[in-house]
Design a binder for this molecule. Structure first.
Ligand code: ATP
Ligand code: ZN
Length: 226
């Protein structure tokens, strides 16, 4: 929880694909900030809402630890860390509160263009490179496919050409990066976009922002014409 802190703290990506749209969204909500010299912390001026500018991968952990109340992060990152946490015996520590409508992409299996693709059964016995080992492992297990997961932190799309893997599981938006590496997407594991993330139980974090309590119309009769 946020203890005695009486200001809301939101973690967003410092630089990268979600950085500008996240700030634009919060600015459109009427928020403005004074930036610290190191550009890691933005002090809210119009409202008591501060920003922490971090790597996207750090956002779920900052929510879990109560350092931040909310975060803007890709569903892909949130799900990967959630599965990994639970696989390690942890309990749910953060969850998606709502989708935000930007940063759209999908996590997909891609194979060399030269493969004649028929079904996912062809993945049995292959090595799959990914930065999303927990999501991929869960999907493979669910499909009953025995394949090797090769975890790479970046440049996943060149792994087949380097001989590190036979195929990959990576984020795709336009597909241009895959095509440039002679790969083609064949299966979608996850449709992703930027989401507002918060603690799994609203009481442990941002008070008053409980998504589980739906807003009621102010007047019962307001929908009578419908
Ligand atoms: P950081 O330095 O914060 O760790 P990063 O390199 O991990 O940055 P970005 O490449 O900026 O992250 O991507 C952030 C998020 O943008 C992804 O996790 C994903 O949700 C979303 N995204 C949308 N389209 C794409 C895409 N084509 N490739 C990768 N990510 C995408
Ligand atoms: Zn990252």
């Amino acid at each position: 929880g946020n203890g005695a802190r009486d200001r809301l703290r939101i973690a967003i990506q410092k630089s990268g694909r979600l950085a500008e749209p996240a700030r634009a969204l919060l600015t459109a909500c009427g928020l403005s900030w004074r930036e610290s010299r190191d550009r890691l912390f933005c002090y809210g001026e119009s409202l008591p809402v501060d920003l922490l500018l971090v790597r996207d991968d750090d956002i779920p952990g900052l929510i879990r630890d109560g350092v931040c109340d909310l975060g803007v992060v890709g569903r892909n990152v949130l799900l990967e860390q959630d599965i990994a946490l639970k696989a390690g015996g942890g309990s749910e520590a953060f969850r998606e509160w709502r989708p935000l409508g930007f940063g759209g992409c999908r996590l997909a299996i891609a194979v060399p263009e030269t493969w004649a693709w028929q079904s996912q059964a062809q993945l049995a016995g292959t090595r799959l490179a990914t930065s999303y080992p927990a999501i991929l492992r869960q999907w493979l297990d669910g499909q009953g496919i025995a394949a090797e997961v090769v975890e790479l932190s970046g440049s996943v799309e060149i792994a087949p050409r380097l001989g590190q893997a036979d195929a990959i599981c990576d984020l795709v938006s336009s597909g241009a990066t895959l095509a440039a590496n002679q790969l083609k997407p064949v299966m979608t594991l996850l449709e992703s976009e930027a989401v507002l993330a918060g603690p799994s139980s609203a009481t442990s974090g941002a008070s008053g922002l409980d998504q589980a309590t739906p807003r009621q119309p102010a007047f019962d009769g307001i929908w009578d014409d419908a």
